[in-house]
Write a protein that binds this ligand. Structure first.
Ligand SMILES: Cc1cc2nc3c(=O)[nH]c(=O)nc-3n(C[C@H](O)[C@H](O)[C@H](O)COP(=O)(O)OP(=O)(O)OC[C@H]3O[C@@H](n4cnc5c(N)ncnc54)[C@H](O)[C@@H]3O)c2cc1C
Length: 528
């Protein structure tokens, strides 16, 4: 039985931010994540650090929150932000009144928006459509959500808290209106651990209702799927947004060596409904190509989706802190030590964490105030970290001195993303890492235009030095996961790469046959 003052469920940006904030104020915190950190919406967003401009007209409160948090995050988390800036561009058939409305709304929300001439916009970003009729410069930026979450986890741990991934909350023991015990399954070995927390925080995003149901309460939420397409190259230095009310396919985010187009909006019934249809891919590429015509002819390398929990305003038990996110104190519905936090943005995670932590600290009698806007985040792997802008740069040299240990560590093992051996080895040996997807999330190895076709065996060789798991199992699990995102974009140029990969993996190495043999062996032994 483990005792802890606060048990935070969910290791996305919100949960990790809460763990960090509370730990810095001196609370005893344990964070539990059922999969890998940033597995949910945090790792499935565009990676846009909003300036607030996108919401200025339609959601001014959210816009001013983003404007403030944008500045704070650029200060405390610069290691995972590429400060690209952004353009909002208008096209001929867009509402002519919108630019004025937009500028005035940005002024009110505190967003630094500057109108620039169309010629100036072209000079800066030559691949924009020749048809643009208006352009506005805003301080949007590109952010690496995996590194942001890991930076918060690292900071929380340095301040004394415990953060466990691959630990799934299974059950609550509720007595006299309190969660007395939380049963957590350790997915690494199948054991069940018991925790006795004073306060439980539900920061599970789209899974929030599942957790609430374990305590016998409910949250009135709608799950909204947004799909995105990754293109194999960068078109612009800046983020490009369409100068109109937020809609489908109106954002292009430069992300390391690739570009992410977003997004769609479809109501779904489960937090795991993240498959993307070919129609969504078509829609996204068509709309984005209106802003940047070369997108039409470019290769889509994968598609993915995230689920945003939208809270209904009618929910009687919610305590609305803002229109953009909600804190729900379940004591009003009979569970006195459970607080849920829903909605918001990756950009505003720190603010959400501050509001939750204020409530928790007042209940625990902790008077320390929030320090998260002042103290820089810990860099997840210290000196090892390449500034994101350095990655994918042609200046990284490939070392071939196989016998020299030091030089070999500088060898590039994923050539699409220019990821070095030392980076992969660092994470492969890290206790948080279980499989190849975990290595990929932390390094970007395998995320580039070959989609791991060329580097997967390099990565596997490094991981198995530190893992007891069968290499074939690690490989097939990883390929299964990657396949999900590749299928919807096969006809958008990725098919050639996939045929090549198929020949390599199954024609040369017979991976499918070996995997089937492994499955048969496991069945014969009575496993799974
Ligand atoms: C399509 C899309 C695009 C977006 N783009 C942007 C953007 O560009 N910029 C921006 O600022 N915001 C963006 N957002 C919003 C942003 O992604 C979210 O607001 C934010 O990531 C939510 O983080 P979270 O920690 O609350 O939830 P999540 O990241 O979903 O974390 C919840 C975690 O809880 C874990 N969990 C669930 N059940 C259990 C359990 N039983 N036990 C233990 N753990 C459990 C899950 O595994 C998950 O990791 C986007 C959202 C979507 C859907």
């Amino acid at each position: 039985m483990f005792k802890t003052e606060v048990l935070v469920i969910g290791g996305g940006a919100t949960g990790a931010g809460i763990a960090r904030d509370l730990a810095l104020r001196g609370a005893e915190v344990t964070l539990i994540e059922g999969s890998d950190f940033a597995f949910g919406a945090s790792g499935r967003c565009h990676g846009m650090l909003h300036s607030g401009a996108r919401y200025a007209v339609t959601d001014p409160i959210s816009a001013s929150e983003c404007a403030i948090e944008n500045k704070i995050l650029k200060r405390i988390a610069d290691f995972c932000i590429e400060d690209t800036g952004g353009f909002f561009i208008g096209l001929p058939n867009d509402d002519e009144c919108y630019p004025d409305l937009f500028m005035s709304a940005c002024r009110k929300a505190g967003v630094d928006a500057i109108e620039i001439s169309v010629n100036e916009a072209f000079k800066e970003e030559p691949l924009l459509s020749e048809n643009i009729v208006a352009s506005i410069d805003v301080p949007d930026a590109s952010i690496d959500p995996f590194m942001l979450v890991l930076g918060n986890i690292e900071s929380a741990r340095s301040a004394g808290s415990t953060a466990l991934n691959y630990h799934l909350v299974r059950k609550f023991d509720v007595r006299e209106s309190r969660i007395e015990k939380v049963y957590v399954e350790n997915l690494r070995n199948g054991s069940i651990d018991e925790y006795r927390p004073e306060i439980v925080i539900n920061a599970t995003g789209a899974w929030a209702n599942h957790i609430a149901a374990l305590a016998g309460v409910s949250i009135d939420l709608t799950m909204d799927k947004g799909s995105m397409v990754v293109l194999g190259r960068r078109f612009t230095h800046r983020l490009i947004n369409r100068l109109r009310k937020p809609s489908n396919g109106d954002i292009v985010v430069p992300n390391y060596s690739s570009s992410i187009i977003g997004t769609t909006s479809i109501t779904v019934s489960s937090p795991t409904s993240t498959s993307v249809s070919e129609q969504e891919v078509d829609l996204l590429m068509r709309e984005a190509a209106m802003m940047m015509p070369p997108i039409n002819a470019s290769r889509a390398i994968r598609a993915y989706a995230g689920i945003r929990p939208l809270v209904s305003r009618k929910g009687g038990d919610s305590r609305e802190i803002s229109r953009t996110f909600q804190l729900i104190d379940h004591s009003e519905k009979g569970i006195e030590n459970l607080i849920s936090v829903i909605g918001g943005k990756l950009t505003t995670y720190r603010l959400m964490a501050e509001k939750v932590s204020d409530i928790v600290c007042s209940r625990l009698g902790i008077s320390a105030s929030c320090r998260t806007s002042l103290e820089p985040l810990s860099i997840p792997y210290g000196e090892m970290h390449n500034k994101m802008i350095g990655r994918g740069s042609p200046t990284v040299e490939i070392q071939t001195h196989e016998n020299n240990g030091e030089l070999r560590r500088d060898e590039v093992v994923c050539s699409c993303e220019k990821i070095k051996r030392q980076e992969v080895e660092f994470w492969a040996s890290h206790p948080d890492v279980r499989g190849l997807s975990d290595v990929m999330r932390r390094t970007r190895a395998g995320m580039g235009y070959c989609q791991s076709g060329l580097c997967v065996f390099n990565l596997l060789t490094m991981l198995i030095e530190y893992s007891d798991t069968d290499p074939l199992y690690l490989l097939t699990e990883y390929l299964k996961e990657r396949e999900k995102g590749i299928k919807p974009v096969l006809l958008k140029g990725q098919i050639v790469e996939e045929i090549f990969k198929e020949c390599l993996l199954n024609g040369v190495y017979h991976i499918s046959d070996l995997a089937e043999a492994l499955r048969n062996e496991e069945n014969a032994e009575g496993r799974n």
